[in-house]
Write a protein that binds this ligand. Structure first.
Ligand SMILES: NC(=O)c1ccc[n+]([C@@H]2O[C@H](COP(=O)([O-])OP(=O)(O)OC[C@H]3O[C@@H](n4cnc5c(N)ncnc54)[C@H](OP(=O)(O)O)[C@@H]3O)[C@@H](O)[C@H]2O)c1
Length: 272
């Protein structure tokens, strides 16, 4: 865990990553942060991490080049930000978490020799329970792939994709997925309130049910469909509800339409 890291952007995702790295034993002294926002730099300094407002003089020197430049700025800022790091294009590995920014777009600025990994994490990374898809170009070595996986495993689980086009699907499923699950919590709590449950109690039951069921599914050897069948007694309460949710494929159809819409939008954003 000795790679020198330059983290560009110390917002929500940058902080989740650093908190995971420190918790996994990475040394604060091996990390540098660049962020023009004074609050972000103050937050980094509080963790004993060197922070600067722009391209730090310390990494201009070839010997001090970071092994990894992790790009965690908003997608709209990435093109400008990349211009500052062109000189590192043939020296450092670039790992970008910017949604919708393809490897080809990043290589347009850094050059064809640049080793680039694109990552798509998701919001539960904030508590170390994200899922991240990774995709690399052919300049990335096996060792560099292992470094990227270790960096992203600090905020949850990691899966590699061979085909970058599938990033749009992953974005639609796990990237945007937390919002779908939050909507499910909202709907469940609202239904409970309509039937007379105290609003706060309704929220706690809804959140607890979704959180507990997610863990239950994760820790079980059975798939979700099998677990659902196991808890659905013939003629019981669960069956009565599932008949409403599943008659004529209602929820499945809606989810399919929703995920397709998100994947389509992800494709559009990637080609802008
Ligand atoms: N948050 C998530 O759950 C999540 C999930 C998947 C992917 N991502 C990706 O992660 C990236 C960051 O998202 P975020 O939610 O962490 O955004 P964020 O909270 O807005 O953080 C971005 C940080 O970068 C700073 N910044 C702006 N210009 C910069 C520059 N030239 N150099 C260095 N830093 C600069 C921003 O400062 P200012 O505030 O002053 O602009 C801010 O502190 C995005 O590309 C997003 O697509 C995030």
């Amino acid at each position: 865990m000795a790679e020198r890291l330059l983290l560009v952007g110390f917002g929500n995702m940058g902080r989740a990553l650093v908190s995971g790295w420190l918790a996994h034993g990475r040394e604060a002294g091996a990390i540098s942060v660049v962020d023009p926002n004074p609050d972000a730099r103050e937050a980094a300094a509080a963790l004993d991490i060197a922070a600067s407002a722009g391209w730090p003089a310390s990494v201009r020197d070839r010997d001090a080049s970071p092994e990894v430049v992790l790009l965690a700025v908003k997608p709209a800022r990435l093109d400008d930000v990349l211009q500052d790091y062109r000189a590192l294009g043939e020296r450092s590995l670039f790992l970008s978490v910017a949604a919708g920014k393809t490897i080809a777009k990043i290589a347009e600025v850094l050059g064809p020799e640049a080793a680039i990994v694109r990552a798509m994490p998701n919001t539960p990374a904030a508590i170390g329970r994200g899922v991240t898809a990774l995709c690399a170009n052919d300049r990335v070595t096996a060792d560099q792939r292992a470094v990227c996986a270790a960096l992203m495993e600090a905020i949850g689980s990691v899966e590699w994709l061979d085909d970058e086009r599938l990033m749009d699907v992953v974005t639609a499923v796990s990237g945007s997925g937390p919002a779908y699950v939050l909507l499910l919590i909202e709907c469940l709590a609202e239904a409970a309130r309509e039937l007379g449950l105290d609003p706060e109690l309704a929220e706690r039951f809804a959140v607890g049910t979704v959180a507990g069921t997610g863990l239950y599914a994760e820790q079980s050897d059975s798939g979700a469909a099998e677990l659902r069948q196991q808890v659905t007694s013939p003629g019981g309460t669960t069956e009565a509800a599932l008949e409403v949710l599943m008659s004529d494929g209602q929820l499945a159809e809606l989810m399919s339409l929703a995920v397709r819409a998100a994947a389509k939008r992800s494709g559009e954003l990637s080609s802008e």
